[in-house]
Design a binder for this molecule. Structure first.
Ligand code: BGC
Length: 749
């Protein structure tokens, strides 16, 4: 975390500047004279001052250049070829102003690594992290930060200074095709984990982009559907996740979403972009639109959009010639154009994009494989382990792996964030092979890894297309490991049912061999009608480019699983707030609303409020060891009004080392919240057998408040503080009394 602190202080950028900027390393004969000519290049000045100085020197056309971005790849449907100055196969390019020393923005997707867009002439082979949801399942912000730092460094070495990473839309519906890119269903957990990743990315002097702001929680009809929600409920759910991520990560940029919110498009939504983002959150950076997410010139510019991205995806080049015309007509003020340019430049100065020019360079693939492997290992969730079937012991002589190309690789999620590894695709040709595909398996096969780790066992593979043949192979083995996959991708949603014959397959295998283990590679929750008949289940998510090794390490006990569910796994779609997915049966383009009548009662909060029994609850995850909690104490914080300080001790009472995620939930004795309880804090600790550790946490006062009438309100009364191993495994409770207090909507820690 040292790098993070340096970056926060702005020191890293300053040091780098002195070493790297041409104006500062002796190439200019007289640095003082150069800085006198272009004082905004002086890193000793504040980003605000620097932005003001350079904006004052810019022509209107130069300002207009900064607010209009191009797709940087070929787009055949519109006969479009990306600008030659851009990077081929990249998401975006925004020209710089060379005469003023302002570099171009080279923008790349996304949250798991440096992606390549579909029509690229050459695919970039880069390291891919596990999915965002998998990283969130680590419940360890240090892991999130390390992953962000790694992919940010690959972005920089690949010639990018903006990374479109930082997806934090809450999981409101497990069928949303992009859940895998995000941070799950709880605002505190999602905001903390995504914020850590953003800080890691920006430690490379690369801008990170919090997205998709806001309520972009379903892909069906995403370009036009209307997310209808009470603003106060949004403020304590989806918007709180964004706010926490912003506070933890300080992203210099925010991407507004495709959809409408309460009937207005997100990219021209004054309440979202100006009132919430600027005034309440105190955001000083710039808002860029999603690719094709702008719908107007005047409304968008005046509502708070600064950069219209991804020409030619919009219907018109709204911030191109139409913006120039709108300024000439006085519909958008010159002051607003100045502000737009100022915010973009402020961000570039703040993060160090101007001070540290891009230098393409080699990537340490081996070191980065370790980062992604550690992330995958810590994010894997052992959902079930009856009779301690796992880890596989030395007594296991015959192992059969079944299905899902486990002999070739591990599945990844699709869409604009698709990152390709060295070797590109272990299973090419699966449908769809083009947008929103291709379906990509990373060439890191569980079969090879298990063979390496179990040299004395006979490890075979059966492809799983024929359940009877798979069952026969399972019968002849000591242990059967069935790999179950569901591909997920941007732009389409997925039912919760595993595709193809996979449910049948695992039923057949489990009936043939009671020692059957299920390994899931999915974007998020799926239904498991067979769960009670399968003794061991591991959720491996989309585990990234070292996923095969990570799976093998967990199955064989080289790594003790420590992931916890960042989302509830429902028993059936009937348990969801909207059992039928909104938009079902409508023609593409047919307008519909999603009525988020559940408000902030999202995920486990919904399951608690409705007294529903999930298949696996939020926060759940087993270990090969056991942990005990003791000494829970809770008291009003002495230093922060409205906050609560909590302390307790965790002890590893088992025989192997392991990591525990202790979770604090809070609930007002009198009720009155959107749900019976909320997650108030969590901490991951690594403990040797017999070791104990005391943990102290502070519960953010916003998590003890309701939001109404533009205020956070903490009601006087008793609050239960509960310590547990999951949202449904609460081990100790203490009560704390809080007095009534309010905080303004601009309150920040
Ligand atoms: C996605 C964004 C992405 C952008 C650029 C859009 O389709 O929604 O998340 O950053 O494309 O590729």
């Amino acid at each position: 975390m040292k790098m993070m602190r340096l970056a926060k202080l702005g020191l890293f950028a300053t040091v780098a500047t002195l070493v790297l900027h041409p104006a500062a390393n002796g190439q200019e004969p007289n640095r003082t004279r150069a800085l006198a000519r272009q004082p905004w290049l002086n890193p000793a000045l504040s980003p605000d001052r620097r932005a003001a100085l350079v904006v004052a020197k810019m022509t209107t056309d130069e300002k207009l250049k900064l607010v209009f971005g191009y797709f940087s790849s070929t787009f055949t449907p519109k006969n479009y070829v990306g600008p030659k100055e851009g990077r081929d196969g990249a998401a975006g390019y925004v020209p710089g102003i060379p005469r003023l020393g302002i570099p171009a923005q080279h923008q790349t997707d996304a949250g798991i690594g440096v992606a390549t867009q579909g029509a690229a002439k050459k695919i970039r082979e880069r390291t891919a992290l596990p999915s965002g949801l998998a990283t969130t399942a680590t419940w360890d912000p240090d892991v999130g930060y390390a992953g962000g730092r790694m992919i940010g460094s690959e972005a920089r070495s690949s010639g990018f200074n903006v990374m479109l990473a930082g997806g934090v839309n809450l999981q409101r519906d497990p069928r949303n095709g992009r859940n895998f890119e995000y941070g799950g269903e709880d605002p505190l957990l999602a905001g903390t984990m995504v914020g850590a990743q953003i800080a890691g990315i920006q430690s490379n002097n690369v801008i990170s982009t919090l997205k998709h702001f806001a309520m972009n929680d379903l892909e069906t009809g995403r370009d036009y559907h209307d997310a209808v929600i009470a603003p106060d409920a949004a403020r304590i759910s989806d918007l709180l996740a964004f706010q926490i991520a912003m506070e933890k990560g300080r992203p210099a940029s925010v991407m507004c979403a495709y959809n409408r919110v309460n009937s207005v498009y997100a990219c021209e939504h004054k309440w979202l972009l100006t009132d919430v983002l600027r005034r309440q959150f105190g955001f000083k950076g710039y808002v860029m639109s999603d690719w094709g997410g702008t719908h107007s010139t005047v409304a968008a510019a005046n509502a708070g959009l600064e950069q219209d991205s991804g020409f030619p995806f919009d219907k018109e080049p709204y911030f191109g010639a139409p913006l120039k015309a709108a300024i000439a007509k006085g519909l958008v003020s010159p002051a607003r154009l100045n502000e737009m340019a100022h915010r973009i430049l402020w961000s570039m100065f703040k993060v160090g994009v101007v001070d540290r020019p891009l230098v393409m360079g080699p990537i340490d693939m081996r070191a980065h494989a370790e980062v992604t492997r550690a992330d995958a290992e810590q994010g894997m969730v052992l959902l079930k382990n009856d009779g301690n079937l796992l880890p596989l012991g030395p007594d296991v002589r015959r192992i059969v792996l079944i299905g899902s190309h486990a002999d070739k690789g591990v599945l990844s999620g699709g869409g604009s964030s698709q990152t390709y590894p060295v070797g590109i695709n272990a299973v090419p040709g699966l449908q769809p092979t083009s947008w929103p595909g291709p379906v990509v398996y990373y060439p890191n096969a569980p079969l090879d890894a298990i063979r390496r780790l179990a040299p004395n066992a006979e490890v075979s593979f059966v492809d799983g297309t024929d359940p009877a043949a798979a069952a026969a192979a399972a019968r002849a083995a000591d242990v059967a490991i069935v790999f179950l996959t569901q591909w997920a991708t941007e732009s389409i949603d997925a039912p919760m049912v595993l595709p193809g014959n996979q449910d049948q397959l695992i039923e057949a295998v489990a009936s043939a061999n009671p020692r059957t283990i299920a390994v899931l590679e999915t974007g998020g929750p799926v239904l498991m009608p067979w769960a009670s008949r399968v003794p061991a289940i591991v959720e491996a998510w989309f585990p990234g480019t070292a996923g095969g090794d990570a799976i093998a390490n967990v199955l064989t006990g080289r790594v003790n699983p420590s992931g916890k569910l960042p989302v509830t796994f429902p028993m059936s779609e009937a348990q969801l707030p909207r059992p039928i997915r909104p938009g079902t049966g409508l023609k593409n383009g047919e307008m519909f609303s999603i009525n988020y009548t559940e408000g902030a009662t999202v995920g486990y909060k919904w399951f608690d409020a409705k007294r529903l029994e999930p298949l696996f609850p939020f926060g759940h995850g087993l270990s090969y060891t056991r942990f005990a909690y003791s000494g829970l104490k809770a008291a009003p914080s002495s230093s922060r009004r409205g906050a609560v300080t909590v302390s307790f001790t965790v002890r590893n009472t088992g025989r192997v080392a392991g990591m525990d995620v202790s979770q604090i939930y809070i609930a007002p004795a009198a009720g009155g919240w959107e749900a019976p309880k909320r997650l108030g804090g969590f901490k991951k600790v690594n403990l040797a057998p017999g070791e104990s550790r005391s943990v102290m946490l502070e519960v953010d006062p916003r998590l003890l408040a309701t939001f109404s009438g533009g205020m956070w309100r903490i009601a006087a009364g008793q609050y239960k503080v509960m310590l547990g191993a999951s949202s449904r495994d609460l081990r100790q409770t203490k009560t704390v009394r809080l007095s009534a207090s309010t905080m303004p909507d601009t309150w920040r820690p």
